[in-house]
Design a binder for this molecule. Sequence first.
Ligand code: ZN
Length: 494
Amino acid sequence: MKPQEFRDEVSAVGKDVTEALKAANVPDAQAKSYSALVQTLVGNMASDAGMSPREIWEQYGIRNIFSEGKDVTRDASGQVQAVSSEAKSALVSPESLHEPWAKQGNATVNVPDMFGPIFSGEDLDFKPLAVLAKLRKEKTGVVPNAFQFRLDQWLDPNGKPLPSNGAVGLVYGRPGDPKREFSGGYGLAHIDAKHPGNAEKIVSFLQNPALRAFSRGDKITLWNGKDKVGLSVFWDGNPDRGQWVITSFKDEEAPTGKELKRAPSAVDKIPSPSRTVDGDSGSSSPREALNSNDKSTPESVKEQNPNELSKGEYFPTARSVLLWANADRSTFLHETGHWFLGARVGLALQLKNLETLTDSQKHLVSAVEDAVKWLGYDSLEAFAGASIEERRPAEERFARTFEQYLKDGRAPIAGLQSLFRRFANWFKAIYGFMTAVPGSQMSDDVRQMFDRLFVTEEQQTEARLRYDLYQALNREDFSEEEAYQAYLALMGNN
Ligand SMILES: [Zn+2]
């Protein structure tokens, strides 16, 4: 295939994606950035596979990008309802990957999907000791209604009460890296690993009327003079994703960040959990009685219905992305991660049927083999053969780490630098204070694995040559500092 022909086909893919995104109400500039990413991935797959980009796109590309209103709506029970004829024919069995929703306090919140299963019910809600026991037993999952707590006791820096629905959740989370003081961890797993005993203190801690609150980005640190509890208030920048305990530890030093003023009438708005609390576990707040006549929230626990109110979904069988009206700039990138994994696995399986493989084809296959092994599967066949339900945790880990890879902004080759920088800026705005996308699992090895997924075999060889050369020469090899600097610049380092 001639280079010009190849480029034309890649740009046709980009046009296709841009048009579909614009039809789904994605702003122009964003749509173009997303398209550039998809074009890169399709172009690389075609180049390594020795196929034409058009062929790759027809067999493995994203078929539809659906949007709320135009293509789908939600029915009364929150299920996806196809409206447009395209959606009707594509979503015959709408098995999708998406983030679940749950009740938290008196609101419905979009629980980040990497938190795992949602646990709730009368035995757990606002019974923190039962919550700790449950999460430690399951070693995964989340309880949206762990603590009764109102953050609107404080004003944000603009003088408005902080958002609150009367509840703070607890996530099992991850311990973090034991070699690096459990950095990257969050939730109960992190507290138990790094600050054993502190989780039990959270209950009485939150009832202390003299707590002080300090804000830093999306995170609030509460302090009683002896201990701190870190809360995530705007998970990924949104108030509708629930409020969660991220950490808790001993610290007698005042938190960094801006101290928040108390809201003047806080006491009037204190209560309103949606569930009755019988306070027998010694864990409930003394405020619940004030709330017994709150009829605004339904009895049923909506998190049982997983199709409700997610931001974006990916339908692997239909190879379709759905952007709900509340999608943010990370949503399409996350769904692109799901699509890309499926496309790479499918194409690699197809190539494995060939009698002999070129070096480029071997690269394509082995890069994605490494990815599914990292996800806990022995082979591409095992991964492809698993049901969506079985694959869900692995899928989410991949899509989250894909986000993290883009968030880090470190492009594997110079040509992708400006695109990666743009995505990194978006993520900064969305994830705020968090250095790691929750649920992602980045490390040097994983980064190298993603680098290999993002470049062709040819580019990888070039990059390795460049690296080897860089390794081979150092300052002593140059008589002049200037020459050494010029060499570094040439090698693209520093
Ligand atoms: Zn997902």
